[in-house]
Design a protein around this ligand. Structure first.
Ligand SMILES: C[S@@+](CC[C@H](N)C(=O)[O-])C[C@H]1O[C@@H](n2cnc3c(N)ncnc32)[C@H](O)[C@@H]1O
Length: 252
C-alpha cells in the first residue's frame, strides 16, 4: 500500500468522522449490523483475540464491550481514531490505534473489516497476503463489502441518467467521490483463490440503500413492503446487495 493511497483515504474519512455516527443511527444500518453480529457470534470464544480493522468512530465497540472481548482496533484516519477513543469506558479491553496493515500486531482469531473498509483498500494480492499473516490457524476474516451490483442503487442511477457512474460501477467496479477519491466495489470473486468462503449473506439485496430510505418516503414504504421477501432472498442471493458479508478462512 503506498503512502499516497493511505493519505488520501485518511483525509476522506477524517472529513466523515463527525457525521458518521448519524449514518450508524439509521434503522436500516442497525438492522444490517444485527445481521452481521449474528454471523460473527459463532466465531467468538470468550478468550478470542479480535482485530477490528478500519474501526471508524468505534461503530462496533458496543458489540465488543458487550461480549467482554480483547480487541485491537486500527484505523488510518486520525479523526476517526479520536472519535473512537472518546467512546471508550475506562479499564476496557479495547486498544484503539492509528495505523494500517503495516502496523498490525496479532495474530488474531477473528478479524473484522466492517462496512466497506475493504472497498477502500488497494486491490492487489498483497493485501490478502498481509491479512492472512495476521490470522491464527483456524481463524476467520469477516468482511462486509459494497458489491458492484445493488438493484436499487442501479435503478436509481438509471432513473437519474447517471449512466456513466452505473457503467463504471458494474463494469470497472469502481467509483470516484466528489473530492476525487477512487474506491473499488468488491465481490465474492475478489477473494478467490486467496480465501475460502465459508459463510455469506447479502444485506438488503432488494431494499433501497440506508441513504435512500432516509431521504425518500417512497423508499421507506418500499422497504417495509419488501422486507419479508428480502430476508428470504438475502441468504441465497450470492451476487450482491447494499453490502455483502463474507466469512473467510485461509485455504492452506
Ligand atoms: C466506511 S468506514 C467503516 C467504519 C467501521 N468499520 C464501521 O463499521 O462503521 C471505513 C473505515 O476504514 C478506514 N480505512 C480506510 N482505509 C484504511 C486502511 N488502509 N487502513 C486502516 N483503516 C482504513 C477509514 O478511515 C474508515 O474509518
Amino acid at each position: 500500500m503506498t503512502q499516497s493511497d493511505c493519505a488520501q483515504a485518511a483525509s476522506v474519512f477524517d472529513r466523515l468522522s463527525q457525521s458518521y455516527d448519524r449514518f450508524n443511527e439509521n434503522p436500516q444500518v442497525r438492522r444490517f449490523r444485527d445481521a452481521i453480529y449474528k454471523m460473527i457470534d459463532p466465531w467468538l470464544s470468550p478468550d478470542a483475540s479480535v482485530l477490528d480493522f478500519g474501526c471508524g468512530p468505534g461503530s462496533d465497540f458496543p458489540f465488543w464491550l458487550d461480549r467482554g472481548l480483547s480487541v485491537d482496533a486500527y484505523d488510518i484516519s486520525p479523526q476517526m481514531v479520536d472519535v473512537a477513543k472518546s467512546k471508550l469506558p475506562v479499564d476496557c479491553k479495547i486498544n484503539v490505534r492509528l495505523g494500517s496493515l503495516d502496523e498490525l500486531e496479532g495474530p488474531y482469531d477473528v478479524i473484522l473489516a466492517n462496512f466497506g473498509v475493504w472497498n477502500a483498500l488497494p486491490s492487489d494480492l498483497d493485501v490478502h497476503q498481509q491479512m492472512r499473516q495476521h490470522l491464527n490457524p483456524g481463524g476467520v476474516l469477516i468482511v462486509v463489502v459494497m458489491p458492484p451490483l445493488h438493484l436499487m442503487s442501479a435503478f436509481s442511477q438509471l432513473l437519474s441518467g447517471d449512466w456513466s457512474a452505473l457503467w463504471r460501477r458494474l463494469h470497472h467496479r469502481e467509483a470516484v467521490t466528489s473530492d476525487g477519491w477512487l474506491f473499488s466495489y468488491v465481490s465474492r470473486s475478489s477473494f478467490a483463490p486467496s480465501w475460502q468462503v465459508i459463510d455469506s449473506r447479502s444485506l438488503g439485496p432488494l431494499l433501497s440503500t440506508p441513504a435512500q430510505s432516509e431521504r425518500f418516503l417512497m423508499a421507506r414504504f418500499w422497504n417495509a413492503l419488501i422486507r419479508p421477501l428480502d430476508r428470504l432472498v438475502s441468504r441465497v442471493c450470492w451476487f450482491g446487495g447494499d453490502h455483502l458479508v463474507l466469512v473467510l478462512k485461509n485455504p492452506n
